[in-house]
Ligand binder design. Structure first.
Ligand code: ADP
Length: 844
């Protein structure tokens, strides 16, 4: 069994990871954030650097322009000053006088004094007065410092042009310091002629004004400086004193071909701003320009490092911050990862603990499992089996292990094995039912659930089997009971249907189909509503819902059904509900008994009973009436007969009494006739006596009888005939026809107070239609249907007032029907009544 356990272990272990996953997402996140921050920092630095450098270049360019303007202005001032001296005629004549009379000490002192005043008040360090031949005649403060041979070649030209000349910066052998000279020709523009008196040479010390002017810088800076340059052949001569090295003697010179040297660019004519390397070999930002009217070039420059100093400082800070940020991010993400690892190993540890528990539990389950558990190799040999298997198949472990599974199969099921195996191989698992065999060859049904397990690269079948003998027998019982139910249902003489919980018909037996007229297939597309009479649908639905809710155990009702042919039948219905084991409604079974005949019999019975009661009531009324109707004329006959015996009766009284007795007798006879007639009709003894009659003359005779009464009652009775006299010979029972008309006219006279009565007939094709119309009290619609019933009188009391037994019209109806016709009435209360009846027209 431990192997089986291992199988599970393998499966469980395979589903778990041994190592935590490499946190690629964290690593990628780290690099993305770090690279983004670095790139942003770098771009910011580049942008700032470019901005700073271009700003500085603009500033240098402005400073350069300023310096050039100042130097140009200084030179203009100097030349202007020279021109001013050269045009001072008084001074010139004084100089001329001295040159002509050098022994005049007084004059010499005066001139020396004026020369001293020039050195004291301007930036001249030495002043020399020369004669027109260029020989120095007077020098202040001394001769040695002034002596300079470069001037001598210039004099002839200056004297010839008569113009003031400002020389370039010089450093000659005799004069050690750098200087420049302002040469002023002294010309006397006299009245007679113009004569050259001499030359005044004023030596300028650049240290005094020019160099400070160049070196001064508008903003504080550690490295900024301005360079004054001159091109000397293929060399650049730095003319001014420099900030970083001593250049009092023009010692700094560079070849014009020096690369990236701003000074070299300036002297080859490049103006503007640039990045370059200065005379010290340091990276600088510079602006260059030529000074107009001179051989000089000016370069203003500043060290790049100074320009970028603040930015570099900030950048260093930013770099530190970025490095710190990246480190923190790394630490944070590392912490997350570490946490993940800790959680992973903790979960793994817990899972391992659970696994151990599970293994123990699993082992326990296997040992005491109720199911058979087998492990088969690919050749279907039993590799492992649990105790339950050994017990079921009745083998010892040694016998069982290694046995082929076909040995425990019932031989008749072996043919199914390949198909079942291929199903398992295809889907990795399958469940099927088969039959197994024990050692004693007894067999039992079993449900097998097999799945494939892989162990150490080999495939095994792990089968769990359950003995389903009991289940099978229950299933068989259920199947039997299902068959029985179906049989009972199908063959029941009672109409039955089965519906789903949605009331849709699921099944209907043949009795039901016969009763309702639909085929079962048709019914299965309906709900019960289709064939239930509309009057009963809502009650049915409500009751079925109550049934579902469990409020009533069963539903019984007598209701009407609509058959397929449209006829209505009555059914006594009993509906019961079938629920599943969770108590949910599943089906309804309705059993219907066709009670149409019973219902009809009941209705007939009721009608008959009502009729009998009515008849009884009518007879009572009739007897009451008859007794009254008979007693009245009888009393008259008896009373007046007695009076007749009185000898003192007058003649008229005598004949009046006889008349009353006669009328009363007639009345009595008429009543008796009616009763006899109706008795004959009832017993079916009335026979027709058909013979030829002259209809018109019979009717005229009848009319005459009523004319007599008309005179008495003042109600005219008019006859109209529908046939000519010669055509009015017809075959019929004349006595009955006249009795009918006589009854109707008597009624009209009875119920008419004033107006008139018409009677007669018209011919209608094959029949004669008779009519009796009056303008009497009429008959209400409630009573009009009943007046032909025997003994019926509309108002008993009123009829009594008018007399009658309620038999006249029923006799008329019976006679009309006997003659082969129909009788009917139409009436309007208060306006009159019209009776019509037909008889066949049989001409004689
Ligand atoms: P009866 O002998 O009481 O007249 P009938 O059968 O002849 O019995 O008539 C039945 C009832 O029909 C009468 O009681 C009367 O109420 C009603 N009836 C018959 N004829 C007329 C009519 N012409 N006008 C009004 N009511 C009539």
């Amino acid at each position: 069994m431990s192997d089986l356990l291992n199988t599970c272990n393998v499966t469980i272990m395979n589903s778990q990871r041994q190592k935590p996953l490499t946190p690629w997402s964290l690593i990628i996140l780290f690099f993305v954030i770090s690279i983004s921050v670095l790139a942003a920092g770098f771009l910011y630095y580049r942008f700032q650097k470019k901005t700073l450098l271009s700003e500085k270049q603009l500033e240098l360019s402005a400073i350069n322009d300023l310096k050039i303007r100042q130097i140009t202005q200084w030179r203009i001032d100097r030349i202007g000053h020279g021109t001013f001296i050269g045009e001072n005629i008084l001074l010139i004549r004084k100089y001329s006088e001295f040159l002509n009379r050098p022994a005049n000490n007084q004059l010499k002192d005066d001139i020396l004094h004026s020369l001293k005043s020039l050195t004291d008040n301007f930036d001249y360090c030495n002043v020399q007065l020369l004669d027109p031949a260029g020989k120095a005649r007077l020098v202040y403060p001394d001769q040695d410092t002034f002596a300079d041979e470069y001037l001598e070649p210039l004099f002839p030209g200056i004297l010839k042009n008569g113009k003031v000349v400002l020389t370039d910066l010089q450093r000659t052998g005799k004069v050690e310091s750098v200087h420049m000279d302002l040469i002023v020709p002294l010309v006397d523009h006299g009245i007679i002629d113009t004569s050259i008196v001499g030359i005044l040479a004023l030596r300028i010390d650049p240290q005094k004004i020019l160099y400070p002017l160049i070196q001064s810088w508008p903003t504080p800076s550690k490295s900024a400086e301005t360079l004054l340059l001159r091109k000397d052949g293929d060399k650049i001569v730095y003319l001014n004193d420099l900030r970083h090295i001593n250049n009092r003697d023009f010692s700094l010179q560079k070849p014009t071909s020096t690369p990236k040297l701003p000074a070299a660019m300036a002297v080859v004519g490049i103006t503007g701003t640039t990045d370059g390397i200065d005379y010290r070999g340091v990276h600088v930002v510079a602006a260059m320009r030529k000074i107009p009217g001179t051989l000089w070039y000016m370069v203003a420059k500043i060290d790049r490092d100074e320009v970028l100093y603040v930015l570099n400082e900030q950048t260093r800070m930013v770099i530190v911050i970025i490095v710190l940020f990246i480190l923190s991010l790394g630490l944070f993400l590392g912490f997350l990862w570490w946490n993940q690892r800790v959680r992973f190993y903790r979960e793994k540890y817990e899972a391992e603990l659970n696994h151990q528990l599970l293994v123990k539990h699993f082992d326990y389950i296997l040992k005491f499992a109720n199911d058979i558990i087998l492990l088969l190799d690919k050749d279907l040999k039993i590799v492992e089996a649990n105790d339950r298997a050994l017990e079921t198949y009745m083998y010892s472990r040694d016998e069982f292990i290694g046995m082929n599974v076909t040995k425990i199969r019932a031989p008749e099921t072996l043919s199914q094995l390949p198909e079942q195996l291929s199903k398992v191989n295809e889907n990795e698992s399958a469940t099927f039912e088969t039959v197994h065999k024990r050692r004693d060859n007894t067999i039992f049904p079993i449900e097998i659930s097999t799945r494939i397990v892989n162990m150490d690269g080999s495939r095994f079948y792990q089968s769990i089997g359950r003995d389903i003998t009991e289940r099978k027998s229950i299933e068989d019982i259920l199947k039997d009971s299902e068959v029985r139910f179906r049989k009972i249902f199908e063959e029941s003489p009672f109409p039955m249907i089965m519906t789903g919980k949605d009331f849709g018909i699921i099944r209907a037996n043949s009795s039901f189909c016969q009763m309702i007229g639909y085929q079962e297939e048709e019914l299965m597309t309906f709900t019960f509503r289709k064939f239930t009479h509309p009057d009963f649908i809502s009650t049915d639905e409500l009751s079925l819902l109550r049934l579902v809710a469990g409020e009533i155990p069963i539903y019984r009702a007598e209701k009407k059904y609509c058959r397929k042919d449209g006829s209505i039948i009555w059914g006594s219905t009993t509906v019961s509900i079938i629920r599943n084991n969770r108590g949910e409604a599943q089906f309804f079974i309705a059993m219907v008994e066709d009670i149409t005949l019973r219902r009809k019999a009941e209705a007939d019975l009721l009608a008959a009973k009502e009729k009998a009661e009515e008849s009884d009531r009518l007879k009572t009324a009739f007897l009451h009436n008859v007794s009254h109707e008979i007693r009245t004329p009888m009393n008259a006959i008896i009373g007046f007969s007695t009076l007749l015996s009185d000898p003192e009766l007058s003649e008229s009284e005598h004949s009046q009494y006889i008349d009353i007795i006669f009328q009363s007798s007639n009345q009595l006879l008429s009543i008796i006739n009616d009763i006899v007639d109706i008795a004959n009709i009832e017993s079916g003894q009335v026979k027709l006596n058909l013979k030829e009659i002259d209809l018109n003359s019979s009717l005229r005779n009848l009319n005459k009888q009523f004319i007599y009464k008309e005179k008495k009652d003042k109600i005219p009775v008019a006859l109209s005939t529908g046939l000519e006299d010669q055509e009015a010979k017809v075959v019929t029972d004349g006595t009955k026809l006249i009795q009918i008309l006589s009854n109707l006219i008597s009624n009209s006279l009875k119920f008419t107070v004033d107006g008139q009565i018409d009677f007669g007939y018209i011919r209608k094709k094959d029949s004669l239609e008779f009519f009796v119309r009056d303008s009497g009290i009429g008959i209400s619609s409630d009573n009009i249907g009943k007046i032909f019933d025997r003994f019926y009188q509309v108002h008993g009391a009123m009829s009594r007032q008018f007399g009658g037994t309620g038999l006249g019209l029923s006799i008329c109806k019976a006679y009309v029907n006997l003659l082969g016709g129909e009788i009917w009435v139409s009436s309007q209360p208060g306006e009159g009544t019209l009776f019509r009846f037909t008889i066949p027209y049989l001409p004689a």
